[in-house]
Design a protein around this ligand. Structure first.
Ligand SMILES: NC(=O)c1ccc[n+]([C@@H]2O[C@H](COP(=O)([O-])OP(=O)(O)OC[C@H]3O[C@@H](n4cnc5c(N)ncnc54)[C@H](O)[C@@H]3O)[C@@H](O)[C@H]2O)c1
Length: 411
């Protein structure tokens, strides 16, 4: 075991971020380096729970970042912009990490917009190639980028995490197609006709990388895309990181259920002003997000509860997202009462440690030869695939069970 541990400590884990110049990717990269170098306090990593120690997660020091984006920018510039906007990334950390961040910038490759919708295209002229290339050729090019990263950085494992802007939902035909139908669609389409999420997920599978969909883009994990990944024997999980209002809902709703209180309605309203919010102000992109956010309460409280979720873009707020929730419920003798809460979170600060955790959990799954959905990671997602359990506490038990099973296999 000691030998195995020593080997583990020398591993190099590649984490490839789709949307590498985004706020969340930048915060994940700067945050990982700042914590690894002890500039910043180590707070908010689920993987640090002692009950998970036996999983032997890769240390933050072992992570090497690369990624794709469709805008021209740099992680260094994005980090400086975040620092001056809200101070969540300290300027002195960025200055001390200049060499490392420049090295990551050199590993960011041009991504693909695909059929991502006008809101994503409007983010900036795509830095990308012409997208009238065949979809197959595009997938090959993306997976070549991943292979080159794996080889040049001498990586022991590779995890792709989708942090790109949320796309509109896949069509019903795409959501229900078979693997064969997906294959023939890829054969006859150009890259511009296929959702980028599908192109990236197939490229990850082709290059033997695990895939985590942190965005709400359903095209990354349709049943056909999942089957594509299973055939390539890689682990996958998603969708849509559970970091704010939905996290609170999934922790609080079980309390109402346990006390047999009758929740009549639960209405939540979110306002945010970052680039994510700008893309979500497009009705078709917003539909993806509303879909992942609105399934949690009926799953815990039953279909009788009336729910409504709103998302509005308010530019002045930047990354400081505010959610206001109103819960109307009845108690003993049918007496009505209410609860309200306001959640104010820095979106990327809430999400970045989860990105680092998910990459390291996916690495463990790969090392253990697991493939397909990583159901033990359901607690990290608003809409975990193949999981009807939305109670946060029960979802965490699944993660601890997974770790306990590891322990019993070892002993
Ligand atoms: N708390 C959170 O921050 C949180 C929680 C759950 C989900 N998410 C999701 O994570 C994603 C990232 O959030 P963010 O705040 O960093 O957004 P962001 O807008 O700052 O970053 C998105 C990045 O993706 C890039 N991009 C867009 N389309 C792309 C494509 N097809 N290929 C490659 N790059 C592409 C953009 O250029 C941008 O740099 C969003 O989808 C968001 O909904 C965030």
């Amino acid at each position: 075991l000691d030998d195995a541990r020593r080997d583990d400590s020398q591993r190099r884990l590649g984490v490839w971020l789709i949307g590498a110049f985004g706020s969340l990717a930048t915060t994940s990269i700067v945050g990982c380096l700042a914590v690894a170098k002890r500039f910043a306090p180590r707070i908010g990593l689920v993987g640090d729970d002692p009950r998970l120690a036996q999983l032997g997660l890769a240390p933050l020091e072992a992570i090497v970042f690369g990624g794709h984006d469709v805008r021209r920018s740099s992680i260094l510039d994005e980090a400086v912009a975040i620092s001056s906007e809200n101070g969540s990334l300290r300027r002195e950390w960025i200055d001390q990490l200049r060499t490392e961040l420049t090295a990551v910038d050199r590993r960011v490759r041009t991504g693909v917009v695909g059929a991502g919708g006008g809101a994503i295209r409007a983010l900036g002229a795509p830095a990308g190639d012409a997208e009238d290339v065949p979809a197959r050729g595009c997938i090959r090019r993306l997976s070549e980028d991943l292979r080159a990263f794996r080889n040049s950085e001498r990586l022991d494992g590779l995890v792709v995490v989708n942090l790109a802007s949320t796309e509109p939902p896949p069509t019903t035909a795409e959501s229900t197609e078979s693997l064969d139908a997906l294959e023939s669609r890829l054969d006859r389409s150009t890259a511009a006709q296929v959702r980028a999420g599908t192109l990236y997920a197939c490229a990850a599978a082709d290059s033997g990388a695990a895939f985590v969909n942190f965005a709400a883009s359903g095209s990354c994990l349709t049943p056909a895309v999942e089957a594509y990944a299973v055939r390539a024997t890689v682990p996958v999980m998603g969708s849509d990181g559970k970091t704010g209002e939905t996290l609170v809902k999934s922790a609080l709703a079980p309390m109402f259920r346990a006390r047999r209180l009758d929740v009549m309605s639960w209405v939540g309203f979110n306002i945010l002003g970052n680039r994510d919010g700008l893309v979500l102000s497009d009705e078709s992109n917003k539909r993806s997000k509303l879909g992942t956010k609105d399934g949690v309460l009926p799953a815990i409280l039953g279909s009788g509860v009336r729910t409504r979720v709103g998302i509005e873009y308010v530019e002045s707020l930047g990354d400081a997202k505010v959610a206001w929730d109103h819960i109307h419920f009845r108690g003993f003798l049918g007496h009505p009462m209410s609860m309200q809460f306001t959640w104010q979170g820095c979106d990327s600060i809430l999400a970045a440690p989860l990105v680092l955790d998910l990459a390291r959990f996916a690495d463990v799954a790969m090392r253990r030869g697991e493939c397909g959905p990583m159901l033990h990671l359901a607690s990290f997602f608003k809409a975990p695939i193949h999981c009807d359990e939305h109670d946060l506490h029960r979802q965490y038990e699944r993660l601890f069970d997974y770790a306990r099973r590891t322990e019993s296999k070892r002993s």
